[in-house]
Design a protein around this ligand. Structure first.
Ligand code: NIG
Ligand code: FE
Length: 413
């Protein structure tokens, strides 16, 4: 099955297969081809180039003329919690009325509130609620997504979440990576016995998850009031023993040494980073660990934005993700993330698009197959509406500029 797309006004994020992420000053560069064609064969990008060289010998089953429109790789959202039950609208209103995220968590709301709801929800019902969000983000242009557990906080609850993630990845074409986040909060029953909960994660949850191949990565919410650096290290070590690479929540509210711990265990990514000391930035230099910023979380909670300009000035790569979850970011819209990154964190459109495509793929360990227009990569594509330039994408922050989304070579309708 071959599809030929012609008269692409600009083909964006054209890369050689050897480039797996871009860092520092390289992020300012977004390679494109103006007036281009692209060939999809089955689920892959088979060929592309300038319209002057459009192949005449191929006999496509379908030829799509996209005059005036642009084509770019589908978004790669490397950090979400989209499998959850119910919502936390009441906490949203409580925050408007003056309570902080921390105060809400301390009185049993927050993550523990979502955990209570999740444990009361059947696996089928959880799947039905989650698939609505998955379909929504695909329509918004996301072609690969990481989804975390972490609202179970019991053996059964965590397994239920991971099984729902597995079922979503079977039923939908979008690429899904699963992360085990049993260490998202300490359940109330373990408040006086934290070690008991860490042991439950390591001795009961992890072996069961590994046996059933339910996760690719391990995560910990390393933060004051959640998990200490030393608990984070223990859990990362255990995860690694079961073949799960760490991707860690760090520095959302406090800088407590989580970045350094994650690097020590060669984490694939460190995520959040709203509060960064200069030593945290320094520690990330010359490592393979990619920083991931979540600007919609800062927007929704009113907390600082990740200091991405300082980080890129030090040569670091950067990925952007949504953090889609019921408490701190009830939105999976990568288009909004890109706009917010430009408007609030002063990223240029080129930097933001790099961070949301190739670098997002790197942060999920899939940049060999996703995140750029490269022959042999998955044909995960966004076709825009007619636009004057790709600057429109972050500039027109409330508009939907997506015409069509291709996932694995097929239109997602
Ligand atoms: O990434 N920070 C930890 N976890 C989520 C929020 C969890 C929640 O409030 O439900 C986050 O922001
Ligand atoms: Fe998160």
């Amino acid at each position: 099955m071959k599809t030929l797309i012609i008269n692409i006004k600009e083909l964006i994020q054209v890369r050689d297969s050897s480039i797996l992420k871009v860092s520092g000053a390289e992020m300012a560069d977004l390679p494109t081809i103006k007036n281009a064609y692209l060939v999809i064969e089955n689920d892959l990008i088979a060929d592309f180039g300038s319209m002057e060289n459009v192949p005449e010998d191929i006999n496509p089953e379908k030829c799509i003329d996209v005059d005036g429109k642009m084509v770019l790789p589908a978004w790669c959202d490397s950090h979400t919690h989209i499998v959850y039950a119910g919502n936390r609208e009441q906490e949203f209103v409580d925050r408007i009325n003056g309570l902080s995220y921390e105060e809400i968590a301390n009185r049993g709301g927050g993550i523990l509130n979502s955990a209570r709801k999740l444990n009361e929800t059947s696996r089928d019902e959880l799947y039905n609620q989650s698939k609505v969000r998955l379909e929504e983000i695909m329509h918004l242009g996301t072609g690969a997504v990481e989804i975390k557990s972490g609202y179970g906080l019991t053996v059964d609850g965590e397994l239920k979440m991971l099984r729902v993630i597995k079922r979503l990845s079977k039923e939908y074409p979008i690429t899904i990576k699963a992360t085990f986040l049993g260490a998202h909060a300490v359940p109330r029953e373990f408040k006086e016995n934290r070690k008991g909960y860490v042991d439950l994660i390591i001795d009961k949850m992890l072996p069961e998850i590994a046996k059933n191949k339910l996760a690719d990565f391990i995560d910990v919410f390393c933060e004051t009031g959640y998990f200490t650096v030393s608990e984070t290290e223990q859990i990362m070590q255990a995860g690694i023993r079961f073949g799960l690479k760490p991707k860690i929540h760090v520095n959302q509210f406090n800088s407590i040494g989580g970045v350094q711990a994650a690097i020590k265990y060669n984490a694939l990514s460190v995520d959040h980073l709203e509060i960064m000391e200069s030593e945290d930035i320094e520690a990330l230099r010359d490592t393979d660990t990619i920083p991931v910023a979540l600007p919609s979380c800062s927007y929704f909670l009113g907390i600082p934005y990740t200091p991405v300009r300082e980080m890129m000035a030090k040569g670091l790569p950067l990925a952007l993700a949504t953090d889609f979850n019921p408490g701190s970011t009830p939105s999976g819209n990568m288009n909004f993330v890109i706009s917010t990154a430009c408007i609030k964190m002063k990223m240029t459109p080129e930097e933001a698009i790099n961070a949301a495509t190739l670098n997002g793929a790197y942060a999920m360990g899939i940049s060999e197959t996703h995140g750029s227009i490269t022959i042999g990569k998955k044909a995960n594509l966004i076709i825009t509406k007619p636009i004057s330039s790709y600057y429109q994408l972050p500039y027109a922050f409330g508009s939907n500029l997506i015409d069509t989304v291709f996932i694995k070579g097929k239109v997602f309708a």
